[in-house]
Design a protein around this ligand. Structure first.
Ligand code: SAH
Ligand code: SF4
Length: 352
């Protein structure tokens, strides 16, 4: 078995195409050390030692969707809802930029209160005031809305496939089909966004083949980023009694994704840091090269409860978060990225 793993690793190292069986074998590799060491070496070879920080502003927890896994789902009546004002959003972006962040992510539930035009207005203001890249993560929208955001200057869009199993996604995200999510990821590419997808690990009904399909789908879609974190059951959702994703399994999916998509950005997710105190540090050693500090104002942070026990919700703004996370990166023997941290292809384009 270890010999098989070594030959698959060799094939990937020399630019060979993995089969689905290869990915399944890697995900089931008996020796984590072999896998993690290879992923870490691949990250170093393709992306170097810099870790990019992306400051995330969770500007609304209103959501029209009813995803079975998520605490923001429409039917969760226990959650106190909020929407940040445009002034509050711009002030948060300003604080983030002042703390040295070079990417601002605007994320929310699926909240139609914020029209495409409003989001475009916010993007324009942020881009004209600060030297930052902007990532949007506001869910399923029309192509027209995506176009408005792109024209306003948004650089990236994060829309996770969540799971590549068609029947599972339709069950877990009522009203959504995998085809619709894929169609949107293709639109976003076509519009010139750097595209992020990703999946949760440990969803009920998911198995190792599903996860291999997830990685293969991201390779087919040629994504520039993949957010991979454990599913964490939320008490006020229909999946409250589910088991949830484990640290080891999440690290393995992360490492295999790094090996199969060597050039992409992979965050050490907050979700992984929330189920293990060293989760993000471990992820940085298994292929991750991005961390996403939460720079939402502290009074709103705790209300953006996608899953319970989220870390850092009492941290008061980027002036605290950025030095703290930079310390984690430094202690991991790495350095904090000083540029925008664009996709590899985009960075080459800029140097021309
Ligand atoms: N509404 C947008 C963006 C916000 S949700 C969207 O759905 O695309 C951001 C991410 O939170 C989702 O992509 C999902 O992967 C993650 N998430 C939701 N519930 C979660 C849970 N219980 N555990 C871990 N991650 C979760
Ligand atoms: Fe809404 Fe996104 Fe949560 Fe689904 S995952 S309920 S779309 S915030």
């Amino acid at each position: 078995m270890a010999a098989d793993i070594r030959s698959i690793l060799k094939k990937l190292e020399t630019g060979g195409d993995p089969s689905l069986d290869d990915i399944v074998a890697l995900l089931q590799a008996p020796n984590d050390t072999l896998l993690f060491t290879a992923a870490d070496a691949t990250r170093e070879r393709y992306l170097g030692s810099q870790v990019h920080l992306r400051g995330i502003i969770e500007f609304s927890n209103h959501c029209t969707k009813n995803c079975l896994y998520c605490g923001l789902r429409k039917d969760n009546r226990r959650l106190q809802r909020y929407r940040m004002s445009t002034d509050e959003i711009l002030a948060a972006a300003k604080e983030g930029a002042a703390a040295g962040l070079r990417t601002i992510i605007l994320q929310s539930g699926e909240d139609s209160f914020f029209t495409g035009e409003m989001l475009a207005w916010l993007i324009t203001r942020i881009k004209e005031r600060h030297d930052v890249a902007v990532t949007m993560s506001v869910g399923d929208r029309t192509k027209g809305d995506y176009r408005l955001m792109r024209k306003a200057g948004a650089d990236r869009y994060l829309l996770k496939q969540e799971t590549s199993a068609p029947e599972l996604i339709s069950r877990l995200r009522p009203g959504t089909a995998l085809a619709g999510r894929i169609k949107r990821l293709r639109w976003l590419k076509e519009l010139g966004f750097q595209v992020g997808s990703g999946c949760m690990v440990g969803l009920p009904g998911q198995d190792v083949e599903t996860l291999a399909d997830d990685i293969m789908l991201m390779r087919e879609l040629d994504v520039e980023m993949a957010g991979i974190g454990p599913f964490i059951p939320h008490p006020d959702t229909p999946l409250s009694n589910a088991k949830g994703g484990e640290v080891a399994a999440t690290l393995r999916v992360l490492a295999v994704t790094r090996l199969v998509l060597p050039h992409i950005h992979l965050p050490a997710t907050t979700a992984l840091g929330s189920i293990h105190s060293e989760g993000r540090e471990m992820a940085l050693r298994c292929g991750a090269n991005v961390v996403m500090p939460d720079i939402t104002p502290v009074q709103y942070k705790k209300l953006y409860e996608i899953y319970p026990n989220k870390i850092c919700i009492n941290e008061e703004g980027p002036a605290h978060c950025v030095p703290c996370i930079s310390g984690i990166i430094f202690r991991s023997g790495r350095s904090v990225g000083t540029g925008y941290g664009h996709s590899a292809a985009q960075s080459i384009e800029e140097q021309k």
